[in-house]
Write a protein that binds this ligand. Sequence first.
Ligand code: ADP
Ligand code: MG
Ligand code: MG
Length: 906
Amino acid sequence: MSLTNSPVPSASNEAARRFVYDFDHPHDAAPMSLKFLLGGKGANLAEMTSVLGLPVPPGFTISTTACRAYLRHGWPLSLGHEINQAVSRLESRMGRHFGDDSDPLLVSVRSGAQFSMPGMMDTVLNLGLNDASVEALVARSGDARFAYDSYARFIAMYGRIVLGIDHAHFNEHLRRAMADEGVATEGALSAEANLALAAQYRSVVQTHCGRAFPQDPRQQLHEAIEAIFTSWNGARAHAFRDREGIDHELGTAANVQAMVFGNRDETSGTGVAFTRNPSTGEALAFGDFMVNAQGEDVVAGTSITRPLVDLDDLFPIVAKELSDVFARLESHYRDMCDIEFTVEQNRLWMLQTRPGMRTGAAALRMAVDMVDDPAILLTRAEAVSRITGDHLDQVLHPTFDPSTEVEVVARGLAASPGAAVGRAYFDAPSAVAATQRGESIVLIRAETSPDDVAGMLVAEGVITARGGLVSHAAVVARGWGKPAVVGVSELVVDARSARLGDITITEGDWVSLDGSAGHVVLGRVELASSTAPAELEVILSWADEIRAGHLGVRANADTASDALAARQRGAEGIGLCRTEHMFLGPDRLPVVRAMILANTDEEYHDALARLLEVQRADFVAILEAMDALPVTVRLLDPPLHEFLPDLDALVVKEATLGLDDDETRLLAAARYWHEQNPMLGVRGVRLGVLKPGLYAMQVRALLEAAQLRLAAGGDPRVEIMIPLTISAPELALARSWVIEASEYVARHYPVPLHFSVGTMIETPRAALLAHQIAAHADFFSFGTNDLTQMTFGFSRDDVEGKLMAPYLEQGLLEHNPFDVLDAEGVGELVSLGVRRGRSTNPHLKIGICGEHGGDPTSIATLYRCGVDYVSCSPYRIPVARLAAAQAVLAGGRNAGPEDSSPSHQE
Ligand code: ADP
Ligand code: MG
Ligand code: MG
């Protein structure tokens, strides 16, 4: 799914007029447009409140519409009034008032965009406290420690998040206070210490902002909302949206919610949970909580957390209630949810939910389990749709090579699976700079925050000293499929180094980590590919059911061992078997050169005959590996000079050491075959035209191999492919060579052999003249690499380095067209070629080969263009099978007159 293409619902009249919605406001919008209006967090709070009737502290959401209006034209006229009204409603609902000196209303202010987005403003808790209302909180709660703790936390949060003061300035005081009282946690500080801290924090604000900490709760609220809206355009948020392809115009919502207090006392706490295990997918709730703590203490990984199961003992009633909530959330969202909750004096409050991030292994297991789960009853199509290419990449992720001995120097939590190797860097900017120099890096941090995402993004893997399995580092790493080990407690991280006992890791040192085991190893460990979970095959078999008869998946394989590897991964044949490597082996190159240099017919045919022998043996092996499946063999494609020695080197040698006879002839040949633009030169079928007999020899080798397979009881399915065709007469000529060679072979074998002849469509002209060319072809295979190169006029080998980066940065291209098929231009040529080809040859079979065959986005485009199969490298086959099924499910195929696209809407 492309996020940029998400529907922007036309604003209803109400939405146009209105900026603020209470959580229990009745909505009739579809989930997607509700998220567009209220952001993900706001929409889910509204759903939990009104649809699911769960205990959610009351509040209201200021819509994304307000944010967009604010960012364009400044604070909207009616917004202040609407917020005041919403605050009044909240006050009367809670029976508490903002700034009240006997029973103050306190709120949290939380950002939340349509798509979950790090880099946005953090949440401010306890907003509404001031010097007067904190005294009221002391009196009401009878707990001065709790009240002053809340106030101190609020000033520090507000100062950091809304006023942009570095948190170190506050932490300095906090650390001193903790040292003075000799306590280990913030929650253990005395009332007096917290009161003193609050005063110190206020003077930090005064010093850094030149104005006093605002005492008016309405001003606090206004400033906080403005800070949320402004953070939408912050650099980190912007970079994240660029990477994820999220529209910069969407804006964020702001949620204002009555506070509940997990830091009230020992019967209170706060936690984060997943309804199933997000690492393994096991159907058991999973999470962390802390007693007598507030807000993000759990997520920040700054303090000691307890596993969710401990709730059973500590808060048995809440534990029971929570497990009911889990069941209801799962059956409502029909998915694993992650939640944030708080317990205030044994009462459960739900603060957030959303479908949770998961590892590839967990995604596979959950998708398969949920098909059989009576509360969810996922269809197979839905199960297949829930798996992404990234999930598969993860389960096919490397591990430490089992045959190498590794010495584990530290252990932490296995936060995100896979093994990684890189040089150690200890902050995001140095990590980014190192990768720009071409280094592979591992990011090592005490803990991570949204400030570190740029570094995590470029890292091979992440190691943190603190944090649990739901810490920021763990969640972000899993989402991106980056191996991570968190909570390596003996690790001490400094600015440019880290210590592990008496070992020091300095910036630039090699480190390895195994995120599946939680291991940290010094140096570079060899990596090996992993064994995938059993659910992978189930999902892929469902994917195969869905795409059967609609979109096939073949492999590009040139050798028997590649063919076997591809077949084992589910390839349904070979879409591209290149024959050039058969010419390049050390035993073959001299023969090829002999052919090129041949002076007489006899020499020439002698060389061809020797090439025939070796090729036949190669073909036998490949046909055997792909027995009973189609094998498309492309006749020789590269320019002849690729088989000759380097021209410049020969010239130099001639001038210095002199050349022997053979070398003199090679130099002449190299000069003769040298081209200014080899990619536009004597390649493909053009070679056949200039070197008659070459293709006939290849066809003979192939058909004789097929005959040998037949004789051995095999079932060879040969498809002969002519490369680089530009016209119908050219293909007709090439086809005549093939037929002639086949008739020659047929005379020597008793059993007739069926084979087909087709062509690659890789020049724009061939696509345009597809209706003429199709008259001589049984099949087409679009060579999208060359087609892209020639359609853009981009030399593939040259643009990647210099040109592509600035084009992508300046938005002149959305993707590198060699990675993601250009749907608008190249895709249009494919689509045209398909329709024109089928207009004269309705039975034309059409595939594509090239790098795009393994890219999910390109596969979707190609399916819509009407191709019958894609062909990709053997190791991309699983991803292609999945993506092909998802393309079929998405529909939208246009295959010309004989369109047989399915209507696969489940
Ligand atoms: P994020 O998007 O970073 O998760 P949230 O808005 O969910 O930020 O806030 C983070 C945490 O703050 C929540 O998990 C919860 O613990 C705490 N929190 C937010 N709102 C409230 C509230 N009204 N009462 C108590 N705690 C809250
Ligand atoms: Mg947060
Ligand atoms: Mg949250």
